[in-house]
Write a protein that binds this ligand. Sequence first.
Ligand code: ZN
Length: 144
Amino acid sequence: MNANQAGSDLAAAVAHTRERTELASRMYEAMVKDRKMLRGHLLLTYRCPKRCAVLHVLSTPQGVIFGWPRYKTAPQTTEGQSSPSGRTANTEDGHRRWKRRASFSDSVANAPVRCDHLMHVLELAEIQSDLDDEHYPRDVVVSR
Ligand SMILES: [Zn+2]
């Protein structure tokens, strides 16, 4: 394989991941708007100790989707934990209303979760071991 070909393979892989992520986002969007559908796909809901939902793990025919609900951070948390460019790209109001987003589990390395009470990164192995206990759907409280 020459460098050009490697470059175009990489570009194709990136485009493929982007399309999959857009698909995951559209599916998650549809599920959030229809609670019954969400319920039907839901495996796990990770929650902060104060019960905010910080991550949905959903089973779909196309693969497992991680869905991050939209959330709002307090002004002091917002300023301390994010950059202006991050806020512009990822919030609805350019400030502290963070957009809903989703990805297929096979296209992420881990799952950062946060709300006003929590800032944590869930490792895939951790989520996998929560999935091994086949009681669905259920809540998992993230205590750190
Ligand atoms: Zn919370």
